[in-house]
Design a protein around this ligand. Structure first.
Ligand code: HEM
Length: 138
């Protein structure tokens, strides 16, 4: 049996990148929850401060990976019915979440931290929906 994946290389590329987005989102979530659990560097001391700094560095690096990948997926998604709007929505969600993260760092505002969690859930849902849509792409 010939699958859609074999006949549409673009579908397979977008699927691969969407799976990568989900994996990076999971890693960002775990690092973010770690920071929340330990506390921000200026709230703790000693080993806890170092751990918090390392986790923030990791969290920001993953966020950079998400930012780049959210733009890279736009190209191969062009021309795939239903996929393009989801990749645009995903990129907007990721970039807004990053803004929430930067402002959280600058202001230590808990509501902006909450917005990061909202952005995380929204992005997981958007890229999950994209993966489901790819299964239906002829
Ligand atoms: C798409 C990108 C991002 C995602 C999905 C994300 C997600 C999360 C999640 C789920 C948490 C834990 C729950 C919460 O406090 O909301 C968190 C915490 C945190 N994130 Fe992000 N984040 C992103 C980008 C960033 C960026 C760019 C920064 C900083 C420049 C940042 C800084 C932080 C900090 C400092 C915390 C701990 C907040 C606290 O405990 O008060 N995040 N993030």
């Amino acid at each position: 049996m010939t699958s859609n994946v074999q006949t549409r290389p673009g579908v397979e590329e977008v699927r691969r990148q969407a799976i990568g987005m989900e994996a990076m989102l999971a890693a960002a979530f775990l690092a973010g929850m770690g920071i929340t659990l330990i506390g921000l560097p200026d709230e703790v001391e000693g080993a806890a401060r170092t751990s918090s700094q390392v986790l923030i560095g990791l969290h920001v690096l993953i966020a950079l990976g998400l930012a780049v990948a959210s733009l890279r997926i736009l190209g191969p998604a062009r021309g795939l019915a239903g996929a393009r709007p989801l990749t645009v929505a995903g990129a907007v969600t990721i970039w807004l979440t990053i803004v929430a993260g930067i402002v959280t760092m600058a202001t230590d505002n808990s509501w902006l931290s909450y917005l990061m969690a909202v952005g995380f859930i929204a992005a997981v849902l958007v890229y999950g929906r994209l993966l489901l849509a790819l299964n239906r792409t002829p």
